[in-house]
Design a protein around this ligand. Sequence first.
Ligand code: ADP
Length: 501
Amino acid sequence: MMSSLTCGQAPSEEPIDLGSLLADPDLLRLQAYAAGRWTDSDSGVRVEVFDPGRGILLGSVPSLSEAQVRDCLEGAESAFQDWREWLPGERAVALQAWAALVEAHEQDLSVIMTHEQGKPLDECRGEIAYAASFLRWFAEEARRIRGEGTLSHLAGCQTFVSREPAGVAACITPWNFPSAMITRKAGAALAAGCSVLVKPAPETPFSALALAVLAERSGLPPGVLSVVTGDAAMIGGVIARSPLVRVLSFTGSTRVGRLLAEQSASTIKKLSMELGGHAPFLVFADADLDKAVRDAVTAKFQTTGQDCLAANRILVQEPIYDAFVDRFATLAGRLKLGLGTEPGVEIGPLINARAVARCLSQVEDAVGKGARLLVGGERHRLGPGFMLPTVLADCDSRMAIWRDETFGPVAALGSFSDEAQAIGLANDTEAGLAAYVYTENGGRALRISKALRFGMVAINTAKFTGAPIPFGGMKQSGLGREGSSYGIDDYTELKYRCFAT
Ligand code: ADP
């Protein structure tokens, strides 16, 4: 039987021969990588993948059955028993070898990504370097996973605490960073001694499978890393309910995060969750105005706004509000929109036409409640996934855009009068991932950043991520931290031993 599930929008042109665009066509795989074997679906069902810009078919991947996913977890559990015994230095060497191959194939991996995700090729290259940096970082961290010896409180005993790998780690990843979210999770898990099962987003399986090709080539033992494709809800349910999975690491919407937490309740596992954001971008009257405007454009429109760090509410102090709005609208209106493969493009397509419709409905809602539409506000003729960069001024808390994550190129600007109001507005969200503060007053920067209930606060900069930082949020934005030395914690268990001597 051969049928297909459609992901994205209906195709409009002849399929793209993606393999022919690669220096190493073997990186494009149309099979899942389950417990060390390249695998088709038992049922023959496949999931089609489209280029989001124009809706052109790129290829398809198998929709694995429930039994196949379960078998894969068994394979991961048995691989774990061996992998956990590797010396930390041996795991470090394996991760470095994988990283080297990722770096060596940066161009092909970027070509795959720009076609299935839509982001401009330069952004894809940046992401591949970022992805490799997590493998390098966690290769180094593998050797530094430490326990603690304590002076015993019991006579005649020695007590100590060690860290052990938790077991099989399942990683459910999103389409907006199709490679880096895999290595940020898998790098930490593998360094800790866990085996890993990745379920990539159905929109971007080829980036994940190409990483698996390189992991296999680098000599990672079979079963230590798997990439399973197919029905997200079914695979998520199997993972969450499986007692074999000891860590579930998820990046995606708060809605699905909650569902996975509920489904995981019966098997009490470690949960690591990086969920939605709703970043405030606060600009005080004493800020460097030009820099604040440039950075706000970057913080809003990078990844075409499809970024959990995106500045979703740009709040500017009243004395400079009009000047800020003018300059921001001018810069946003000049952003170059186009296919990710075209040089110089800054705004690519959204992941699908539904994402465009969601942005348009936020614009309509805001304008209906009094926002001023200064730039954009429409689809673009290039294809169903394209939306013009859009600027809305005079936004406030009655509007949907003030509460719902936009995940698209729509900027919402509003004003505030003083510090107290700025803090109140910024914290008025269920999300708590990232916040930005622009001020030249050091005392104010410290006061405001202390009062913000966000896991990451960037002061006078729009760029702050990287492998060495603890990425993650407070409140409904998630659980745990990824990257940095803290990123290992979610994949290890503490063991206390008391030894009577
Ligand atoms: P988005 O709306 O941005 O696509 P999602 O949370 O839906 O965010 O997707 C993030 C990841 O979660 C993807 O890998 C997706 O396939 C997966 N996913 C979606 N629905 C479910 C589900 N019911 N169970 C498990 N995973 C899911």
